[in-house]
Design a protein around this ligand. Structure first.
Ligand code: HAM
Length: 434
């Protein structure tokens, strides 16, 4: 016999008992509502993809975390760790001839072999919202607006979370202006991305290991300590590239301000994102207290479609997970009501009324109501108790007299008020509340 613990849930995976699933559905419903409100269309792809789709395109960090294996046909396959490469592949196959920009969203379950910790598991659900075919900053602002609204729709406000925004072109311009060779840029971006988690000491070591000149390493260290817009303008105002990147960020901000979302937007030089494919404005949403991992991350990736064999199309989007968001909602008491409830509980007085009771139940369900009844033959008292336990709104009682008159006694289980109703009027929904 296998040991009982060999049946235990795998670390980093979740069971969704009804209360947990209610929270997940609450999140997913809000996501879908907001994405549709911005005119995005929903899509999905396969949960299993060729491993090659992620290698090189997503970057080392994600490839190390991929669940991969060889299938029975000898193919190297992977459970999807993110949605963007699937989206790029799907559009590479069909974007020609589609009106642009393309606005698509999806809510896949994703798998990453990460070290489980607060806010990070080995599976999660992720809202993906992407605009493909628009290079202008208005598309960057639009996707960030969707991200902010997707969190606001769950009841979290400006005191709860913030969007930290940067532009990889700004960082590249600063690296150029500091004399860092292009071949070292990717390493610097990775070190900046880790800086928040690694701390200043480790970051200095990371930068030194990249072989930066002491002057360049000192400048970057300084920017990581104070990466404010004013500081950057002071130090690098001479660089046309830096000025252009800042102008773009200012425009991005002003669009979000016009949408009434300025309070959530904060420039942050340390946000560069870990994934390899980003090319422009990038952003992450965090809880204001900065206690948790990112709620959401995204940005512009103008070369990915081409990389998977499609027409060259600019793109911007984000991914937002359900894990950190779920924790925030639980902390703030913003989860959904999870009381079990049904509209009607049908009670039969004697065994002769069981069949009419079952028939009435079917007809009530066909009329769109939720209906339960006792599965055992109990007396009326026990059936009414079961009705209360089930959280039913009303009991529908059928005895010999009601059966003969094609009627039922309808009792409101909250107020105790009751009245006799014809079956026809009950099915019509007239005077639905006695
Ligand atoms: P990402 O930053 O890897 O980006 O993930 C986006 C979000 O997914 C994170 O901010 C977090 O909320 C959630 N997430 C990621 N990993 C985990 C995990 N192990 N456990 C729980 N939640 C997690 C991407 O995946 C990009 N493909 C997003 C994107 C779409 N960029 C453009 N379009």
């Amino acid at each position: 016999m296998p040991a009982a613990d060999s049946f235990a849930r795998l670390p980093g995976f979740r069971d969704f008992a009804p209360g947990d699933l209610a929270l997940r559905n609450h999140i997913v419903d809000a996501w879908r509502r907001v994405a549709r409100g911005y005119g995005f269309q929903e899509y999905d792809g396969p949960p299993l993809e060729p491993l090659g789709l992620y290698v090189e395109k997503s970057g080392e960090e994600i490839v190390e975390q991929v669940y991969n294996f060889r299938d029975k046909g000898g193919r190297e396959v992977a459970l999807r760790p993110e949605m963007t490469p699937t989206l790029a592949r799907m559009l590479a196959e069909r974007s020609r001839g589609m009106p642009k920009p393309i606005r698509w969203f999806s809510m896949p379950q994703l798998f990453r072999y990460e070290r489980s910790q607060r806010g990070r598991l080995r599976e999660h659900f992720q809202l993906n919202v992407d605009i493909v075919g628009e290079a202008g900053v208005s598309a960057d602002a639009e996707v960030l607006a969707v991200a902010i609204d997707a969190v606001r729709a769950l009841g979290l406000g400006e005191n709860d979370f913030v969007a930290r925004v940067n532009d990889r072109r700004l960082v590249t311009a600063v690296l150029d202006a500091t004399g860092v060779a292009p071949g070292r840029h990717a390493g610097c971006l990775a070190a900046i991305d880790r800086a928040g988690r690694a701390g200043p000491e480790r970051t200095r070591e990371d930068l030194a290991a990249l072989g930066l000149s002491p002057r360049a390493a000192a400048t970057l260290g300084e920017l990581l300590a104070d990466g404010s817009r004013d500081h950057l303008a002071d130090r690098f105002g001479d660089s046309a590239q830096v000025r252009e990147a800042m102008r773009r960020l200012d425009e991005h901000r002003s669009i979000l301000e016009a949408m009434g979302l300025g309070a959530w937007v904060r420039f942050d030089f340390t946000v560069v994102r870990g994934l390899a494919y980003y090319t422009g404005i990038v952003f992450e949403l965090f809880d204001r207290a900065a206690e948790l991992r990112a709620i959401c991350g995204g940005g512009r990736y103008d070369r990915l479609l081409e990389l998977v064999g499609g027409e060259p199309l600019p793109a911007a989007g984000f991914g937002m997970g359900d894990v950190v968001l779920g924790e925030l909602l639980r902390d703030r008491g913003l989860g959904p009501e999870t009381d079990v409830s049904c509209d009607f509980f049908v009670v039969w007085v004697g065994p002769e009324q069981r069949n009419p009771g079952l028939e009435l139940s079917r007809r009530l369900r066909e009329a769109g109501h939720s209906v339960m009844y006792s599965l055992k033959s109990h007396g009326v008292g026990k059936q009414l108790k079961a009705a209360s336990r089930a959280g039913a709104g009303r009991a529908v009682i059928i005895g010999p007299e009601e059966e003969a008159a094609a009627s039922a006694t309808v009792r409101d289980l909250e107020t105790g008020r009751q009245e006799t109703r014809s079956i026809a009027s009950l099915l019509d929904g007239e005077g639905a509340n006695p």
